[in-house]
Design a protein around this ligand. Structure first.
Ligand code: COA
Length: 373
């Protein structure tokens, strides 16, 4: 009997459900959100329009966008109780642990926390989209002994984030590069963190619980944590000239090279060319080509020697570094974006729910008697 059972470790190749949120087409290295190519969305729309698209299935009209933006802008502030909690976090807490805890706290404070009707879940999702960046920026500043900066409701989403982190809004090229990264990070089918959020939702637990599960899964270096690992790796390489020898040493030690490889894309990640373009714009703006030059060597040798392509984290890591963000903020920034994809999947899972509960093939000791004493 047992030999007829096929165990798909890591659920490789398993279709766990249907979804209309996004589509990955590895054969053409392409990705669409609700039918729109992601690179076209990057060039023609903003992250907030994409958030609306993911949640509603269509891009917003001007009126719908204005209402969506106004709702978000009015929800950015954190409660005094949450601010006190953030101040009490250990100074060396990892920002992903901080944001995971902050979202959990937001759930306890939310007046609709336990209401899992579609309308309430959507209202809560807007609150999370608005408040998570405030918590990410505040915990970053507090960890450095700086006072948090209150959100500015007169500023658009990305401008407000820079304002809360740095106290100023950078030039439009930087805002555009950041906005593009947010669009590219927003959604990616049944990745590990999205699947975690769907598993939590399938038990009929609430939205905050699902998002906390997503954040916990995203932290790992095999998933979202890779954008931080990429930058640590680039900083370890003394110069672009030294990159090839450094990489060959990694090969000799059979070590993973962060920012390369993907479970679904085996011939290149659809998001990389767009993010690379904007990382290069950032290198121009800042006047520092070292990271992109080192990256180019790594990408060339990885392809030639291992036939492995870079993933989105590879250009996103140096782009965020060039924007001035501290490395431990990179994955929390990913959270600010992916809340949109997670929530879209929570709505979809809840609308046609079935408890997610696979089987395991037992390989432990045979049944045996408990020793009598
Ligand atoms: N560096 C070195 N070798 C890699 C590699 C990497 N980044 N990614 C894959 N490989 C190798 C594997 O060692 C394996 O080799 P083998 O067949 O000789 O054992 C082969 O390529 C196939 O990889 P596999 O681990 O089966 O792919 P996966 O689908 O299970 O894993 C990742 C996908 C993303 C977990 C994996 O590529 C990885 O760990 N990448 C680095 C972390 C990262 O950038 N994560 C962000 C993902 S968006």
């Amino acid at each position: 009997m047992a030999e007829q059972i096929e165990v798909r470790k890591g659920l490789v190749g398993v279709y766990a459900d249907e979804s209309s949120v996004s589509k990955v087409m590895p054969e053409t290295n392409s990705l669409t959100y609700r039918g729109y190519a992601v690179q076209d969305l990057c060039e023609n729309s903003s992250f907030i329009e994409v958030a609306y698209l993911l949640w509603n299935g269509e891009l917003p009209t001007a009126e719908q966008l204005a209402a969506f933006q106004a709702e978000g802008r009015s929800q950015r502030a954190l409660s005094p109780a949450l601010m006190r909690v953030l101040r009490d976090f250990p100074k060396d807490a990892h920002p992903m642990d901080a944001i995971r805890t902050a979202v959990s706290f937001m759930g306890m404070e939310d007046p609709e926390a336990a209401d899992i009707s579609d309308a309430a879940q959507r209202r809560k999702a807007i609150r999370l989209l608005a408040k998570i960046p405030t918590a990410v920026a505040a915990t970053n500043r507090l960890s450095k002994g700086l006072e948090p900066i209150a959100p500015d409701p007169s500023l658009p989403f990305c401008e407000n984030f820079f304002h809360m982190v740095f106290g100023k809004v950078p030039q439009p090229e930087v805002i555009k590069a950041f906005d593009v990264s947010m669009i590219l990070y927003a959604e990616h089918t049944f990745n590990a963190s999205t699947f975690a959020a769907r598993v939590v939702t399938s038990t009929m637990a609430d939205l905050h619980g699902a998002i906390v599960g997503g954040i916990a899964a995203l932290k790992g270096p095999l998933h979202g944590g890779a954008n931080e690992a990429v930058m640590h790796m680039l900083k370890e390489i003394p110069s672009p000239e030294a990159a090839e020898a450094w990489l060959r040493d990694r090969f000799d030690h059979k070590a993973l090279v962060m920012g390369f490889g993907h479970r679904v894309y085996k011939n290149g990640d659809s998001r990389v060319p767009t993010m690379k373009k904007y990382a290069e714009i950032m290198a121009e703006v800042v006047g520092d080509k070292r990271w992109m030059n080192t990256s180019a060597v790594l990408a060339r040798v990885m392809l030639a020697e291992k036939n492995i392509h870079p993933n989105l984290d590879f250009p996103a890591g140096p782009a965020y570094y060039l924007m001035g963000f501290d490395i431990p903020m990179f994955t929390p920034i990913f959270v600010c974006s992916r809340i949109t994809g997670w929530a879209a999947h929570v709505f979809e899972q809840a609308a046609d729910n079935r408890l997610i509960r696979p089987l395991s093939l037992y390989n432990g000791v045979e049944q045996r008697p408990v020793p009598t004493r």
